[in-house]
Design a protein around this ligand. Structure first.
Ligand code: NAD
Ligand code: LMR
Length: 333
């Protein structure tokens, strides 16, 4: 029996993500929470002929607590999205408070659940969840994940496009490390399961890196004020959640990038820190999952000079974003 919960389940990401989780046969119970519309979303999904029993709750009558009771995995896409001209950091003011309150609810009701954070800015909201859990004495760094899968999904798609073979998209795996915003998004294209064309020019390589780093902006611009990526994010979130669910069920050797606390695996963290040349509390690298959460944080491995430069460029912004999240919780208590 596995209970999955979506917090922010009535939103642009929340609804399709809830649909994809309802379609996952490993989920037997699906709890949906939002400040609006969850009873309707739950009623709608509950007619789908898959195993999960669906319930939707709103804030009154302890709705958050009811949603979270018995949760094994909690996905958080609650919060405001960007509009053109905004950075993800511009969302911090509103989303920090939303994530802090939801993390408090999880810490109180489902402290052992795996927490998957989608709400932006991920580089700061993941540290917020970690700090809230510390304040409640329930922190387990092995169970908190920043969802960076959309960057991986975009990389697969854009590399397939360059290779001129869209049918390869699903097979192409590119590790994307660092964090989830602009220059903190570092695609390790030299480690792509399907190499780039041997003759790719430097400008074409740089344009590809830029497109992966700023893919979110492409969608924000196209939506023209109506929000940011929702459908591709729901797909990516469901892919990541599916991996966690398989690990929960005991499958071994599942690996994917995620933005996590380096405390989750001190020996892996030591090797990674040596590669980075700087101590960071959180970083996205390839992570191996198990039934208890993070089993191993993998090192970056061999990088090209261009990739080393990208990692170096990511570090200052990442360090600032992480500290912003930590300071927010310190000031709130
Ligand atoms: P949206 O506005 O469509 O949906 C957000 C939902 O959150 C709404 O239904 C809203 O009612 C709900 N909500 C607000 N406050 C809440 C609270 N206190 N408790 C529960 N629910 C609450 O936005 P969206 O497009 O779904 O995006 C959600 C977030 O995901 C944004 O912060 C966005 O930047 C982020 N995002 C992250 C990634 C990523 O790769 N990690 C990708 C896309 C979007
Ligand atoms: C994305 O990468 O699409 C998301 O982080 C949403 C955004 O604000 O770009």
């Amino acid at each position: 029996m596995v209970k999955a919960v979506v917090l922010g389940a009535a939103g642009g990401i929340g609804q399709p993500l809830a649909l994809l989780l309802k379609a996952n046969p490993l989920v037997t119970e699906l709890g949906l929470y939002d400040i609006v519309n969850t009873p309707g979303v739950a009623a709608d999904l509950s007619h789908i002929s898959t195993p999960a029993k669906v319930e939707g709750f709103l804030p009154p009558d302890d709705g958050l607590k009811k949603t979270l009771t018995g949760a094994d995995i909690v996905v958080i896409p609650a919060g405001v999205p960007r509009k053109p001209g905004m950075t993800r950091d511009d969302l911090f003011k509103i989303n920090a408070g939303i994530v802090k309150d939801l993390a408090t609810g999880i810490a109180k009701t489902a402290p052992k659940a795996f927490v998957l954070v989608i709400s932006n800015p991920v580089n700061s909201t993941v540290p917020i969840v970690a700090e809230v859990f510390k304040k409640h004495g329930v922190y387990d760094p092995k169970r908190i994940f920043g969802v960076t899968t959309l960057d991986v999904v975009r990389s697969s798609t854009f590399v397939a496009e360059i290779l001129g073979n869209f049918s390869l998209s699903k097979e192409i795996v590119v590790p994307v490390v660092g964090g989830h915003s602009g220059v903190t998004i570092v695609p390790l294209l030299s480690q792509s399961s399907h190499p780039l064309p041997a003759g790719i020019t430097t400008p074409d390589y740089e344009a590809l890196v830029k497109r992966i780093q700023f893919g979110g902006d492409e969608v924000v611009k196209a939506k023209d004020g109506a929000g940011s990526a929702t459908l591709s994010m729901a797909y990516a979130g469901a892919e990541f959640a599916a991996k966690i669910l398989r690990a929960l069920k005991g499958e071994k050797g599942i690996v994917a990038p995620s933005f996590v606390s380096l405390q989750a695996d001190p020996s892996g963290a030591a090797a990674l820190t040596k590669e980075l040349g700087k101590e960071l509390e959180f970083f996205s690298s390839n992570i191996e999952f198990g039934a208890e959460g993070i089993v191993k944080i993998n090192p970056l491995g061999t990088l090209t000079d261009a990739e080393k430069a990208l990692v170096k460029a990511a570090i200052p912004e990442l360090a600032t974003n992480i500290q912003t999240g930590i300071n927010y919780v310190a000031e709130a208590y």
